[in-house]
Design a protein around this ligand. Structure first.
Ligand SMILES: NC(=O)c1ccc[n+]([C@@H]2O[C@H](COP(=O)([O-])OP(=O)(O)OC[C@H]3O[C@@H](n4cnc5c(N)ncnc54)[C@H](OP(=O)(O)O)[C@@H]3O)[C@@H](O)[C@H]2O)c1
Length: 323
């Protein structure tokens, strides 16, 4: 089968399309004929070798796919050959076929395209575990979301709105702010570290944000720390701006703030049944019309171009790879 392969770590240009052996499903596993593979920011980190978990070379990147079940291992009750599924994996998605534990897959609901299904799991599961598991958000609370326009930021805005929160989106550009309002954000403000705290205070009657979903890092993180309410919860889940912040712990102490981390894929590996329940809840919300996720498809041969576009930012749609 054909797959996009990393033979040496580096920028997107290191990606090559190669013939590789097709995988076979073992007990508890599904073989999926991949229709589309989601392209995510963490893939860039894996390909360049700066991610926390780098596979042995050569490897195929790609953390999520959508497709059709082509074969079943034993003990995969609930799935059938020919069924449309989406699945989360650590790597290997940029290929014509993948094998995944059945517990990491879920049926694709009616009305969801293969491209949407391939781009859905990682950002919406990340938003889900950030908002519900790590921050325990409650309806009526104010949620500040940074990195809107991006995959996780947009998912967090839409999910927080669906959960009944009041959402303040933080966008790098005015275009990002306009889009965030279209996605349901109640307010959208620029990611200006010098003005952010005052703007959030103005919008919250001086209180600050109850929950912060933070994926940018650097000076944006420092600013949102100062914009957080008494007993607020900050979930740090990424550093898309390129700088890992250091925390002035005094801010946490004086305002009883909880700063918590998130690595969403841990739930796939440590609590697969929890992840499956989360996916089912998210897919039900999708069917109710809670989420919009436009996509753009690139062929395998164009994988370097897709990843360069993701690295350069400013995208209006989620990217998927098709064979
Ligand atoms: N912890 C987890 O489990 C987990 C899961 C998924 C992703 N992540 C991480 O979360 C981060 C975001 O992922 P993603 O998939 O949403 O990436 P993405 O789609 O590329 O979005 C990144 C967003 O950050 C914005 N941004 C970048 N630099 C900025 C800056 N200096 N100031 C303000 N905004 C800035 C971008 O703005 P533009 O739209 O203008 O380009 C974009 O909206 C990445 O670091 C990723 O590795 C973590």
């Amino acid at each position: 089968m054909r797959a996009v392969v990393v033979e040496r770590l580096g920028p997107p240009d290191v990606l090559r399309v190669r013939q590789v052996p097709a995988p076979e499903p073992g007990p508890g596993e599904l073989l999926i004929e991949v229709a589309a593979a989601g392209v995510n920011f963490p893939d860039l980190l894996v390909i360049e070798g700066s991610y926390q978990n780098i596979p042995a070379l050569p490897f195929t990147p790609g953390k999520e796919v959508a497709g059709v079940v082509a074969a079943l291992g034993t003990g995969t009750a609930g799935f059938a050959v020919g069924q449309r599924v989406l699945a989360q994996l650590e790597h290997g998605g940029y290929a014509e076929r993948v094998v995944v534990p059945a517990v990491h897959a879920a049926p694709i609901p009616d009305g969801m395209s293969d491209h949407e299904a391939a781009a859905f799991g990682l950002p919406y599961l990340t938003a889900y575990f950030a908002l519900l598991r790590r921050a325990a958000v409650r309806a009526g609370e104010t949620v500040l979301v940074t990195g809107v326009g991006g995959a996780v930021g947009n998912a967090a805005v839409q999910l927080a709105v669906a959960l009944g929160a009041r959402v303040i989106a933080v966008g790098r550009t005015e275009r990002r702010c306009v889009r965030a309002r279209e996605l349901g954000a109640h307010e959208a403000i620029p990611a200006d570290p010098h003005r952010l705290r005052d703007r959030v205070r103005e919008l919250t009657g001086g209180r600050g944000a109850d929950v912060v979903i933070e994926s940018v890092g650097g000076p944006v993180f420092d600013a949102v720390l100062r914009a957080t309410a008494w007993e607020g919860r900050i979930v740090t889940l990424g550093f898309a701006g390129g700088t890992i912040p250091s925390v002035k712990a005094g801010y946490l102490l004086v305002k009883n703030i909880a700063l918590v981390g998130l690595q969403a894929s841990d739930y796939r590996d440590r609590e697969p049944a929890t992840q499956r329940r989360a996916l089912d809840e998210l897919l039900a919300l999708y069917q109710e019309g809670a989420f919009t996720l436009p996509t753009t498809a690139y062929g395998f041969d164009d994988a370097p171009r897709a990843l360069r576009a993701l690295r350069d930012g400013g995208l209006d749609s989620r990217l998927v790879l098709v064979r």
